[in-house]
Design a protein around this ligand. Structure first.
Ligand SMILES: [Zn+2]
Length: 317
């Protein structure tokens, strides 16, 4: 039996016969499977193959020493993982092709109504949970979905806030219709900032468990942004277990981030003028429920302990 070349195990991205991006074959939504990529895992698991290979080619089996098998195994795993991603991308591409006009418009400009600030946790992707489609949400994710204050200085978060709130304004021009002689201009910008926290947040757990004088760790230096949420939690939930304190702080830190959003003058101005709304969201992936509330700017007394007033509370479950 001829052994497959080892090099084929790493050839994960062999393209099918060249076809134009919007070629007819792909319009069917059926994409090319590459059966040969599945051969090696099957062979590796097959003791029969090892026996036959041994009988047919002693020299070959001598070369398949332990280190090569390990290399082969790693290459297969890598190949399988990226095969999955490839198939998912091609599935996405079939939707792209079905909605090509929409994606061509998105290629020219984006006009998302939402900016979302969510945790980097792999279980809480906003697009999965809330179904945001391409162009609908400007998203930033960080450990524990924290927002530093304006005074904290440059950070990835406030750069994204500035871009979303101040820069991301799209001028939409409607051409005149009958009886309307002039062009109509609309400025479109992000109208909602949604901070999403979640259950079992490791970042909040780190915040709640860190020593006051701890330093040096990148995680510590980041989650310390939420120290006021921790203080409020300690004051309000001192008798609770550590786990319950963390749960309390997961929500407290969301409100803390909403308050910090208002420290940005250009955010507060838009919120005060009703051009921008800031919302909190809490995704409980144990109960699979989602709480949403909106900061009531008029009712919030920031000078009094920074506690927000909330309105429009809903629970989706
Ligand atoms: Zn988290």
């Amino acid at each position: 039996m001829a052994a497959p070349p080892l090099s084929s195990s790493t050839n994960c991205f062999v393209e099918p016969a060249t076809s134009p991006i919007f070629g007819g074959a792909r319009k069917t939504g059926k994409f090319f499977e590459q059966p040969h990529l599945r051969i090696l895992p099957a062979l590796r698991r097959s003791q029969g193959f090892a026996l036959k290979a041994s009988m047919g080619s002693p020299g070959f089996t001598q070369q398949l020493n332990k280190s090569k098998l390990e290399t082969l195994s790693k290459a297969e795993d890598r190949c399988d993982i990226f095969d999955i991603l490839k198939n998912r991308f091609l599935s996405f591409k079939s939707k792209y092709i079905e909605n090509v006009e929409q994606f061509e418009n998105l290629a020219k400009a984006q006009a998302p109504k939402f900016m979302v600030i969510a945790c980097a946790d792999s279980r809480v992707c906003p697009s999965n949970i809330l179904g945001f489609q391409p162009g609908e949400a400007f998203v930033i994710r960080n450990v524990a979905n924290l927002v530093p204050t304006f005074e904290s200085g440059p950070s990835e978060v406030n750069a994204a806030l500035e871009f979303a709130v101040n820069t991301l304004q799209v001028c939409i021009i409607l051409f005149p219709t009958l009886g309307i002689p002039n062009l109509i201009h609309f400025l479109v910008w992000v109208e909602n900032i949604l901070v999403i926290g979640h259950s079992c947040c490791g970042g909040i757990r780190a915040l709640m468990s860190m020593e006051d004088d701890a330093n040096g760790s990148f995680i510590h230096n980041w989650v310390i942004v939420g120290k006021n949420a921790r203080k409020k939690t300690e004051a309000a939930a001192s008798t609770l277990s550590f786990d319950d304190k963390c749960r309390h702080c997961e929500k407290e830190s969301i409100n803390h981030s909403l308050v910090n959003l208002l420290t940005y003058p250009w955010i507060e101005e838009k919120v005060a003028n009703g051009k921008l709304y800031v919302h909190g969201g809490y995704y409980d992936f144990i109960k699979c429920s989602f709480e949403k509330w909106t900061l009531d700017y008029q009712g919030t007394k920031l000078e009094e302990d920074g506690r927000i007033a909330a309105k429009n509370k809903v629970l989706w479950c």
